[in-house]
Write a protein that binds this ligand. Sequence first.
Ligand code: HEC
Length: 470
Amino acid sequence: MFTSKFFNISTGIILVSALLWYSSCSNPSSGTSTSPKTIKNYENYCAGCHGFQLEKFEKKDWMFGNNDEDLIESIVEGRPEMGMPGFKKTFTEEEVIALAEYIKQGIPDELKEEPETQDNIHKTDELTYRVDTIVSGLDVPWGMEFLPNGNILISERSGTLYRFSDGQLHKVSGLPEIFVKGQGGLMDIKLHPDYKNNGWIYFAFSAPADEKNEEGGNTSIMRTRLKNDLLYDTEIIFNGEPDTNKSYHFGCKLAFDKDGYLFFGIGDRGYREFNPQSLTNHNGKIHRINDDGSIPEDNPFVNTENAMPSIYSYGHRNPQGTDIHPETNEVWISEHGPKGGDELNLIKPGLNYGWPVISYGINYDGTTFTDITHKEGMEQPVTYWDPSIAPCGMIFVRGDKYPGWENNILIGSLRYQYLERVVLERYNVVHQEKLLQDIGRVRNVVQDNDGYIYVAIETPGKIVKLTPVE
Ligand code: HEC
C-alpha cells in the first residue's frame, strides 16, 4: 500500500525523491527489460482498457502529458472524468513507477506477439474445457449480461457500469446515486426476457437511505434503457425497507422465470434477530414482482395484514444466487449462511426457510446461536456446505454446449476460489465437483447467447470463458 505521504503530490518532494530512487536503480534509456511482476500488474489491471500490447499508448497524443510525474499522477489519482480509475490503493510506489516506465517504453518490436488466449486446459469428470481470459482491468465485477449483439454489460460493485465490445471496456453513464459501502454497491444485471422488443435492462443496487438515516441504505431494483452508452427512461421499481445502517447482506441476484415474474433475494441486512422471521419488512426474503414493479395478485402474503406483498418466501440469511430451473420453472437459490451453514434451497411460495431459528452453522466467531437444525413449519435446504464456501452466483447450465452438464447447477465460491458443479436427481444432490480450482474469488457465472459459460473473478477482476475441447 502507498503511504499517505506519497499522495501529497502537491509537496512534490516525495515524488521527486521517488523518481531519484527509481533512476538510481534502473536506466530507462538503455531499454531495460520490464520485470515479470510489472507485466503481470499491467495485464491484470490495465490491459482490459489499454490493450495487452500497450496498443492504446502507442503513438498516443498524450492528454495529460507523458513525463514521469504526469504518468504517475494518471495512475495514482486516475482521470475520473475520463473513466480512468485511480490505483492508489492497489499498488506500492515502486509498482506505480515501474508501470509508468513500462507504458513509456512500450514493448520492444521483437517481443511483440499475439495476445496469449489459451490460458489453460482443464480436464473434469465429464468433459475437457479451455479457459480464456476475455476481460481484464476490473476490480470487483458483480453482474454480467450479454446483449443480443454479443457485447457484455459488466457492473462493478464500486458503482461503475461497463459495456465490453471489441476487446475494450466502455463506460456507461446515467446510473442513479448508489450507496457504495461494504458489500453494498452496484449489483446484478438482467435483461428483460423480451429485451429485443422493449429494451428494458434491470439492475439491483444498494440505494442511499432517506434523510432519516444518513448512514445506511437498502437493496433497490431499477429498470432502464441503454443507448450510446447512456442509460435513459430509468425507473426505480422496488425499494427495500426498512434501511439499516449495516453495510452487509444486501442479496441480490435477479432472475426472470418463464412466466415473466422477476425474483430476487435480499439478505437480513445485519438484523437477524428480527428481520428474516417477520413479514413486515423486506429483509431476509425472496421476492417476486412483475416486470414493472407491481405485485402479482397471487403472491402468498398479499392478503396478510402488515406483510410486505412482494414476499415470496422468508427466513433467509443472505441469498447470493438465484436461478430458474430450465425445465420445471422452479426457483432455486444459494445463500450465504453462518460458519458451516451455506445453503442451496428450492423456493416455494409462502414457506419459511428457518433463519436464524434453525441452521447447520455456527457464528463466525465460533459461538453458537441455535441447537436445532429442524423444526416443524421450516424448510430444509436441498444441501448445505460445511465448511462454508461463500456461494456467489448460480446458474443451471442451459443448452448442449457442455455435454454431460445439462441442467447441472454451477455455483461460485468466493472463499475457496473455485466453481462448484452440482448434479441433481430431482431434489437430491448426487454429485459435486470442483472446477477452476484456485482461479480467484468467483463472484458470478453466466451463459452467453450461444450457451458458453463465463465466470467473473474479483480483485483483480476478470472474466474468463470456458470452451469445451475434444
Ligand atoms: C476501466 C478502464 C481503464 C483501466 C482499467 C485503466 N485505464 Fe488508464 N485510462 C483509461 C481512460 C478512459 C483514459 C483516458 C483516455 C485515454 O487516454 O485513453 C486513461 C488514461 C490513462 C493515462 C493517461 C493517458 C494520457 O493521455 O495522458 C495513463 C498514463 C493510464 N491511463 C495508465 C493506466 C494504467 C497504468 C492502468 C493500470 C494500472 C490503467 N491506466 C488502467 C481507462 C482505463
